[in-house]
Design a protein around this ligand. Structure first.
Ligand SMILES: Cc1cc2nc3c(=O)[nH]c(=O)nc-3n(C[C@H](O)[C@H](O)[C@H](O)COP(=O)(O)O)c2cc1C
Length: 413
C-alpha cells in the first residue's frame, strides 16, 4: 500500500475530502494531510487527525521553532513528507494554489512541500466557472501540465456560488479511482532499463567554432521523465547544453558524436528500450588546432558521419529501438519514405517523425506534434501538445504494440 499526501486548499468543496480520506484508508493507504491556513476555516484539522491518527500540517514554523533543534535532528517535516509521498494530491485545488504552484511560490507548509517532492502530483481543481476560464487560471493549468502534473479537470453542474457551470470538484469516488490509476501506472515499466538520448552533438571545426544543431533535449527529457513515472530505471544521455530533469534520473552528458557513440556502446547491451531523440550531427570536419584566421574566405570540407542508430541493434539485437526523424514537411509520402529508411537501415521498431520547419513545435519548442510509425507502416498522429503529453502518448503506442522479441511485453502493461 502507498503513502498518499493530500494537500487541501480553501475551496468550498474541502469538506468532501473527508470522504476521500475514508476511501483511501479503507484501501489500506496511509494518508498524510497538509492544508493551507485558509483551508482550516473550511474543514477541521482535528477531525482529520482523528481519522488518520497523524498530525495535519499547516504552519511551516511551529510556535516554539528552534533552528538548533532542526540542525540537531537534520530533519524537517515538510521535506520528510515530500520525500515519503508516493503520490501528492491537491484537492480541492483553488485558483490561488494553482497560480502559486505554477510560479514555484513556496510560502506555506503545503506549497513548500510540493516544491520539494519528486513524487507524481495529482491536482483536482474546483472553483467558480468564471475563475476557471480566467486566462490566468488557464495559463497556470498549462504550465502545471507541462511540469508533468496530472490535472483531474473539474466537473460541470451546480456550483456553491449558485450558478451552473464547470468547476465542481470531482467526486471523492472518482478521485480515489484516479489515484489508483496513477499508482498502478508507476509500476508499469518496473524492472525495465530505459535509455533516452537528447540534445544536439557538437563537432569541432577549430578550438573555438563548432558544428552543432538546434536539438534542445526537451523531447528527450520529457520521455525520460515519463518512463521514470512509469517505474522504469532510466538513464538520460544528453548533450551538455541540453535541459536537465529535476527528477532523480541518472544523467550522462555527451559532447561529440564519438562521446555519444561510446556511451551507447557501453549502455545499449544492458538495456531494454532506447528512445533515440538526440540530434546527431550528419557532418563533421577535420578539426584544426587553434583558431582559424577570420580575415579571409575559407572552405570547410564536411564529411558525412557514421550513423550511430544503425549500430544499436548490432550491440543489442533484443533492445526495442525508437528512432526519431526530423523532416521539413508533413506529407504522408515523406513520412513513410523517411521512416522506411530507418526501419531498413537501423531495424528500428518505431520511428517518430516530426516537422522541424515549424517554429511552434519540434526543435527548442515546448510543444510537439508527431507521427509515430510502426514497422507495419501504421501511422499514429499525436496532435500538438506539451512535450510531456506527447511523450506519454508515444509510450502508450509503444506499450500497446504486439509483443516483440526482447521488447516490452504485455505483462508489463
Ligand atoms: C466561502 C468561500 C468559498 C470559496 N471557494 C473557493 C473555491 O471553490 N475555489 C477557489 O479557487 N477559491 C475559493 N475561494 C477563495 C479562496 O479561499 C481564496 O482565493 C484563498 O485566498 C485561497 O487560499 P489558499 O489557496 O491558500 O487556500 C472561496 C472563498 C470563500 C470565502
Amino acid at each position: 500500500m502507498s503513502n498518499i499526501v493530500i494537500g487541501i486548499s480553501s475551496g468550498i468543496a474541502a469538506y468532501k475530502i473527508i470522504n476521500l480520506i475514508e476511501r483511501l484508508l479503507e484501501i489500506g493507504h496511509t494518508v498524510d494531510v497538509m492544508m493551507t491556513k485558509k483551508a482550516s476555516y473550511m474543514i477541521s484539522p482535528g477531525k482529520i487527525e482523528e481519522m488518520t491518527g497523524r498530525s495535519v500540517y499547516i504552519n511551516l514554523f511551529e510556535d516554539n521553532f528552534s533552528y538548533e533543534q532542526v540542525l540537531k535532528r537534520r530533519k524537517v517535516d515538510h521535506i520528510e513528507l515530500a520525500k515519503q509521498a508516493d503520490l501528492f494530491v491537491i484537492a480541492p485545488a483553488t485558483a490561488n494554489i494553482m497560480a502559486k504552484m505554477a510560479s514555484g511560490i513556496a510560502d506555506d507548509f503545503l506549497t513548500t512541500a510540493l516544491l520539494a517532492t519528486h513524487s507524481p502530483v495529482l491536482i483536482c481543481p474546483s472553483m467558480n466557472d468564471v475563475m476557471w476560464y480566467h486566462p490566468a487560471t488557464q495559463r497556470n493549468l498549462h504550465t502545471l501540465e507541462s511540469f508533468g502534473y496530472e490535472v483531474f479537470s473539474p466537473a460541470s453542474g451546480s456550483l456553491a456560488c449558485g450558478t451552473e457551470g464547470i468547476g465542481r470538484l470531482q467526486e471523492p469516488r472518482d478521485i480515489a479511482q484516479e489515484i489508483t490509476k496513477i499508482l498502478v501506472r508507476t509500476t508499469k515499466l518496473k524492472g525495465k532499463k530505459v535509455l533516452v538520448t537528447g540534445g544536439g552533438t557538437i563537432e569541432p571545426i577549430d578550438n573555438v567554432r563548432v558544428i552543432t544543431n538546434r536539438g534542445s533535449g526537451k523531447m528527450g527529457k520529457a520521455l525520460a521523465e515519463i518512463c521514470y513515472r512509469y517505474g522504469a530505471e532510466v538513464k538520460f544521455i544528453h548533450s551538455e547544453q541540453s535541459v536537465r530533469s529535476h527528477l532523480p534520473i541518472q544523467s550522462i552528458p555527451f559532447q561529440s558524436l564519438n562521446d555519444l557513440s561510446e556511451i551507447l556502446e557501453k549502455e545499449v547491451p544492458n538495456s531494454d528500450l532506447l528512445f533515440h531523440t538526440a540530434a546527431v550531427s550528419d557532418f563533421t570536419s577535420d578539426a584544426v588546432a587553434g583558431k582559424i584566421e577570420s580575415s579571409k574566405e575559407i572552405r570547410i570540407e564536411l564529411k558525412p558521419t557514421p550513423k550511430i542508430i544503425n549500430r544499436i541493434k548490432k550491440w543489442n539485437p533484443k533492445i526495442q529501438l525508437i528512432g526519431f526523424k526530423a523532416i521539413t514537411s508533413n506529407s504522408g509520402k515523406e513520412i513513410s519514405l523517411q521512416s522506411e529508411k530507418l526501419f531498413n537501415n537501423a531495424n528500428t521498431d518505431y520511428v517518430v517523425v516530426n516537422d522541424v520547419s515549424r517554429h511552434d513545435i519540434g526543435f527548442e519548442a515546448n510543444e510537439n506534434e508527431v507521427y509515430v510509425v510502426s514497422r507495419d507502416q501504421k501511422v499514429h498522429k499525436i496532435d500538438k501538445a506539451s512535450k510531456i503529453h506527447v511523450a506519454e502518448e508515444i509510450l502508450k503506442i509503444v506499450f500497446s504494440s504486439r509483443p516483440q522479441a526482447g521488447g516490452l511485453n504485455r505483462s508489463t502493461e
